[in-house]
Design a protein around this ligand. Structure first.
Ligand code: HEM
Length: 305
């Protein structure tokens, strides 16, 4: 080993009050790393616990797990933008393109859900999943909050009138997805939503507080004018917005239609939402970066696909 590396190691361990000799001796006894220990394959491959013996339930579980892993990768990229001390157009574009590629994969692979399960099997095993729903994916909710300002995620019916400085608590109650978790006549929250809030509300509000000023849209708007005019960056932002809020949403909606609309009859979803209306992008008009679209594009959102 070169003297330089030994010095650096000495420095490293001294700085935390550790004896380098003990650490070097430890190397004599430690096992070499293997692929399976590093990737944790045994743990990973034991995370699939079906509730039925129907084979296609495994497709359903694993594809959700794959999606959650990609959601985690997306959140990690966004966090790097949020915490970057000296953002440039290149860094911003590079990160947005990474996030977009993950969502491209999620969109094109959604056919695994739509065409990869037997409809009859699906409609059997899904009865054992009620009242759980992808609606309870906290990472999906976090991606939205980390991507744009809260006002763009407020239910369209309240967007014009809500006080933009209202508390996080009040904003939370008016987020678009609250509608899917409430009985629209009584306003009472469903069990699916109530249990989600019990588990995640505090953590989600803390996350929202950080991203209030650090989300992608606010970060973009704070860039110098010449950077904001960068055409590659604008193209990347629009690509991301469209992929998440139209393409993925439509792939999801088409899948729900495939399994839950049988002979023109719409079945009730496990999360109990009025899903036909709730899931189509033309009703919600969720748009992360509204100023990057023309008036016509905003009006037609979700209708040309
Ligand atoms: C057969 C496949 C699927 C069907 C039939 C389906 C159906 C639905 C329905 C009907 C909803 C509305 C809420 C409810 O009432 O339950 C929903 C919400 C949701 N699902 Fe799925 N889903 C499927 C696969 C997936 C996958 C693979 C993911 C990936 C994590 C996912 C993530 C979500 C998310 C994030 C929501 C909330 C969306 C929002 O609030 O706009 N779903 N799903």
């Amino acid at each position: 080993m070169s003297k330089k590396v030994i010095n650096q190691l000495e420095e490293k361990y001294n700085s935390i009050g550790q004896d380098i000799d003990t650490h070097l001796e430890g190397l004599l006894h430690s096992k070499p790393i293997t692929y399976w220990d590093y990737i944790q394959t045994d743990v990973l491959l034991n995370l699939q616990v079906p509730r039925t013996s129907l084979p296609d339930e495994k497709v359903f579980i694993m594809y959700h797990q794959v999606t959650e892993l990609l959601f985690k990768m997306i959140l990690s990229e966004i966090e790097q933008v949020a915490k970057h001390p000296t953002l440039t157009a290149e860094i911003f574009t590079d990160k947005i393109m990474r996030v977009s590629r993950y969502f491209d994969v999620l969109t094109s692979s959604f056919s695994i859900m739509k065409d990869g399960m037997d409809v009859e099997q699906y409609n059997k095993f899904r009865t054992t999943l009620t009242p759980a729903s992808g609606f309870q994916s906290v990472q999906y909710r976090k991606i939205e909050v980390a991507s744009t300002e809260l006002i763009n995620l407020i239910d369209k019916r309240f967007r014009e009138t809500i006080d933009r400085n209202s508390s996080y608590e009040n904003a939370f109650e008016h987020l678009y997805w609250q509608a899917a978790g409430k009985d629209y006549k009584t306003g009472k929250k469903s069990y699916t939503l109530t249990i989600f809030e019990e588990r995640y509300k505090d953590e989600f509000i803390r996350f929202t507080q950080f991203y209030n000023k650090n989300n992608l849209w606010t970060k973009f708007k704070a860039l110098p004018p010449e950077v904001k005019d960068d055409q590659a960056l604008i193209k990347a932002m629009r690509h991301y917005d469209y992929t998440v809020n139209v393409k993925w949403v439509m792939a999801h909606y088409n899948t729900a239609n495939h399994y839950l609309n049988i002979g023109g009859e719409t079945a009730e979803a496990t999360g109990g939402s009025e899903w036909v209306k709730y899931m189509h992008p033309k009703y919600q008009k969720r748009i992360f970066f509204p100023d990057l679209w023309t008036k016509k594009e905003l009006e037609d959102w979700g209708t040309n696909i």
